[in-house]
Design a protein around this ligand. Structure first.
Ligand code: NDP
Length: 240
């Protein structure tokens, strides 16, 4: 790949927020490595892009260390550096309408953390050398206000999906740690709440269309003087 092309890796890029991020970043001239679990779903997703020549599908299951390391190697062979990592892949294995706190099955709790937290950390650490090579990079963790300890502690009416919320709170803590660890190395690390978005996870009842939710995320990602170590929603800070 030509040097000088700005590159991004987005996990869970075959649908929902990840696909829309891919659409918007490729429209802005980025080359996007679309991390997908299933290559055939990735091939279908490419058809939704206005500039499919600015994207490549990379098989990437964040739960599988072999897949993570293979994907990072593949990206490293195609591009000498990466400017952006968006940790978007996520799961909610609970019923949005029920409080799962007291009856949570350990398997469900572990599965949620495997994808939303452990997989995210493993991928980030693996891809970090490529991000550092770019000289100025940005990591965006797609979190949720449902991971906000402060909002929950005030008993604001957020869903009581315990495993999901706890996994996103862990992502928030990782965001702060990583931002501090990389503060002097030109890598910005932030968490964002995308809003309640009409996707398979967000459901048809969500008020935000996916393009409306993703526009502010892309603006924040590409903002020249963007901060590091923040938790943002549509340009405003969210309480941790
Ligand atoms: P979707 O359910 O529409 O998409 C989830 C994506 O994650 C899919 O591409 C899915 O791939 C991928 N994925 C799941 N598990 C893995 C894995 N192990 N490895 C790699 N990819 C995986 O969700 P959204 O687009 O709505 O959500 C994207 C992010 O935004 C998530 O982190 C979510 O928690 C967060 N979020 C969403 C909100 C909303 O209202 N929608 C609100 C707040 C936060 P596959 O197709 O193979 O299953």
């Amino acid at each position: 790949m030509n040097t000088g092309i700005r590159t991004a890796l987005i996990t869970g890029a075959n649908r929902g927020i990840g696909l829309e991020l891919t659409k918007q970043l490729t429209a802005k001239g980025y080359f996007v490595f679309m991390g997908v679990r299933d290559a055939s779903k990735g091939a279908k997703a490419l058809q939704f892009l206005e500039f499919p020549e600015r994207a490549a599908v990379v098989e990437l299951d964040v739960n599988d260390p072999v897949s993570v390391h293979r994907a990072v190697k593949e990206i490293g062979q195609a591009s000498e550096s990466l400017q952006i990592l968006v940790n978007n892949a996520g799961v909610m294995n609970e019923d949005f309408m029920k409080d799962s706190t007291t009856g949570i099955a350990m398997e469900k709790l572990k599965k949620t953390f495997d994808t939303n937290f452990f997989g995210l950390v493993e991928l980030t650490n693996s891809v970090l050398p490529l991000l550092l090579k770019s000289g100025e990079a940005s990591i965006l963790n797609i979190s949720s206000n449902m991971g906000s300890l402060q909002l929950h502690s005030r008993q604001e009416p957020l869903a009581r999906t315990f495993a999901y919320n706890a996994s996103k709170a862990a992502v928030n803590m990782y965001t702060i740690h990583l931002a501090n660890a990389l503060r002097d190395q030109q890598v910005r690390v932030n968490a964002v709440h995308p809003g309640w978005v009409k996707t398979d996870m967000g459901s048809e009842y969500a008020p935000l269309e996916v393009n409306e939710a993703v526009g502010p995320l892309v603006d924040f990602l590409l903002q020249k003087d963007a901060p590091t170590g923040k938790f943002m929603f549509q340009g405003q800070e969210v309480e941790w």
